[in-house]
Design a protein around this ligand. Structure first.
Ligand code: ADP
Ligand code: ASP
Ligand code: MG
Length: 613
């Protein structure tokens, strides 16, 4: 007999018939000898409907009242499902988040879970009842008793958090697709089902646009080692297991806000090659990285930034022993990358930097917490360390710095994040947590597991920021204060001296809903801080590939860029981390880019998925 938490999403409970079908599945699971907590979403598109109602009254509704409104959707479903179970003769009781005691921060519309009371849940379970809990909602601590919501798609997070708090045997997420696919089947019908994926890979996919799981749900599963599976509510197919290594014991207090960083890493054996003034047109990155891959040069980070005028900078890092080879490839190809539209600079220029180091903070508590990266940048600034390149991912933020400053940087970061030297965090290897023994040994998966498209991003660029320690700290500190998360942070490689101060451009992506307010806020401080113009582009799409096996495979980046070049799609920005590569392209080319990349990596299956309406 197992204790199972099941979660049913909006489509799965979209009608009376669907609720009855869910009740049947729950009933069968109990008959098989299990105890059950069931977490449900609002029926169908109820939440969207409520948002629309609110917007008819106010373009910018009060966030507290918004939570009062949106939390009603789930309350309808819990009562109806409870009734449906009782009709089947199955004792059941419905509970709101507040009744359970899902205690969250007092932050409306994006509250994080602090802890979950289990006494009431356990009492009802022990009395033989199925407890049906409203997802996506909680209550702030005892004094205030404010109703809070966790953010759109947050019922997944409620379910995994309850599973962690109850130490349930596993958590099943029932939805309208058979599991986690190589990409969104609504955009690519040939997307293929995976039988398993690691938490780290899923964290990236979810944050880069795959809405099949709420990223915070994956974060909790990883931190607490909750075995997690995504399945279809329509079939009995086994679905996809999200595997995680056995974690160190973590307290259930401050569940979602405890220690964001598990360890500090560094690598001093690094060098950087940059190509300046490459033409801004399709096929350039494909040519460069195609040659790099043919010469078997293993690159680590890659960035390409937008720049004023018609040219871009592309930079990549390699380990010192292969620097000569990397430089030779770049130098050989530079004359071919002529920039016809810019008569002043005829060909790309190669710039090499020895003696650099990469320092990183890693951990699964950084999602949606812009303050964590900001704290890293501020710590480096206080230690007088200048940041040359930044790479962000959901589980890691890396900064390229001068090698001579590496020790100082690492020490400062360990102190700031309270990490003992040599301390290891929860890795993605080791003993895997799924009840299915065939998944216990990680098989060698293809280098690219999934492709994601995010059409809800905007790009901000700030021109001519002074190039000195503290620049990133100031900028991302300000954004963090306004709770704005950033991704794909890219500093231009070119440095221009204006008024005696060396300056660089910096570009990054934010959620589109944050674009205008971020621009306004940054424009206000720009003059005072001596920054140049703040430029916003909302018509972008971010397309990303994710896979833990892409490390040490230089051909992967080349293949992605080549797929885009073949479709004549211009790449506006490139940013990578160890397990992902993201490209920004024009918004109207997003879907075409996704399809081309999915096909290029031969991820398509023979079966076509039809998502229920
Ligand atoms: P629920 O209401 O059950 O929470 P969601 O709509 O939030 O369902 O998430 C399921 C949807 O996620 C699917 O219908 C699919 O369109 C989308 N999706 C995006 N990327 C993927 C992916 N890689 N695998 C499966 N589904 C995906
Ligand atoms: N009903 C909420 C939403 O639509 C939460 C969820 O379904 O996960 O965002
Ligand atoms: Mg969902």
């Amino acid at each position: 007999m197992a204790l199972i938490v099941q979660k049913y999403g909006g489509t799965s409970v979209g009608s009376v018939e669907r609720i009855q079908a869910v009740a049947q599945r729950v009933y069968k699971t109990v008959q098989a000898g299990n105890s059950l907590v069931v977490v449900v979403s609002a029926m169908g598109k109820t939440t969207d409907g409520l948002v629309k109602l609110a917007n008819e009254i106010s373009p910018n509704p009060n966030r507290r009242e918004m939570d009062m409104l949106l939390s009603t959707g789930e309350q309808v479903t819990i009562a109806l499902l409870s009734m449906a179970l009782q009709e089947l003769g199955q004792p059941a009781i419905s509970m709101t988040g507040a009744q359970v005691g899902i205690v969250t921060e007092a932050e409306h519309s994006r509250a994080r879970i602090l802890h979950i009371e289990t006494t009431r849940l356990t009492r009802h379970i022990n009395a033989g009842k199925v407890v049906v809990v409203a997802g996506f909602q909680g209550t702030s601590s005892a004094g205030e008793m404010e109703i809070t919501t966790l953010g759109r798609g947050g019922s997944d997070t409620s379910a995994v958090a309850i599973a962690a708090a109850l130490r349930a045997n596993f958590c099943e997420i029932y939805t309208d697709v058979p599991g986690i696919l190589t990409t969104d089947p609504r955009l690519v019908a040939e997307a293929q089902l995976m039988d398993a994926i690691t938490c780290d890979e899923m964290l990236e996919l979810a944050s880069l646009g795959a809405k099949v799981l709420h990223p915070r749900a994956v974060e909790i599963a990883r931190n607490y080692g909750v075995p997690l599976v995504v399945r279809s509510s329509w079939t009995d197919q086994p679905g996809t297991w999200v595997t995680s290594a056995k974690p160190q014991g973590r307290s259930l207090i401050n569940l979602e806000i405890a220690r964001p960083v598990d360890h500090v890493e560094f690598d001093t054996d690094q060098a950087k090659v940059a190509l300046l003034r490459v033409p801004d047109k399709p096929g350039v990155a494909a040519r460069l990285f195609g040659e790099i891959s043919r010469q078997k040069v293993d690159v680590d980070l890659i960035i390409q930034s937008v720049h004023e005028g018609n040219s871009n900078d592309i930079a990549f890092t390699v380990t010192t022993p292969i620097l000569k080879r990397a430089e030779a490839v770049a130098t050989a190809i530079a004359p071919a990358l002529r920039n016809q539209s810019n008569p002043k600079f005829d060909e790309a220029e190669v710039m090499v930097e020895h003696n650099i180091a990469k320092v990183s903070i890693a951990g699964a508590g950084m999602i949606g917490r812009p303050g964590v990266a900001a704290k890293m940048f501020a710590t480096l600034a206080e230690a007088g360390v200048n940041i040359q390149m930044i790479s962000t991912s959901e589980v890691k933020v890396s900064c390229v710095v001068n090698a001579a400053e590496c020790d100082r940087a690492v020490l400062a970061l360990r102190t700031a994040f309270e990490i003992e030297a040599g301390e290891q965090g929860a890795g993605s290897r080791g003993e895997f947590l799924t009840p299915n023994s065939s998944l216990l040994t990680p098989h060698s998966p293809p280098p690219v597991r999934g492709v994601a498209l995010d059409l809800n991003q905007a790009r901000l660029a700030i021109r001519q920021l002074p190039d000195r320690p503290g620049m990133a700290a100031k900028l991302f500190g300000l954004l963090a204060q306004h709770n704005i998360s950033v991704d794909m942070i890219i500093q231009s490689q070119r440095c221009r001296v204006i008024d005696g101060v060396p300056r660089r451009d910096i570009a990054f992506t934010v959620s589109r809903i944050d674009g205008e307010s971020a621009k306004k806020m940054l424009t206000q401080v720009a003059a005072e801080l001596g920054w140049g113009e703040v430029v916003l582009d909302s018509a972008i799409a971010k397309v990303s590939i994710v896979g833990a096996g892409m490390v040490g495979q230089p051909g992967i980046a080349a293949k992605m860029f080549e797929a885009l070049a073949q479709q004549q799609i211009n790449i506006q920005m490139i940013a990578t981390s160890e397990i992902k590569i993201s490209c920004v392209v024009a918004q109207e080319q997003g879907v075409k880019a996704l399809q081309a990349i999915h096909a290029a990596f031969e991820l398509a299956g023979s079966e076509k998925f039809v998502v229920p309406a």
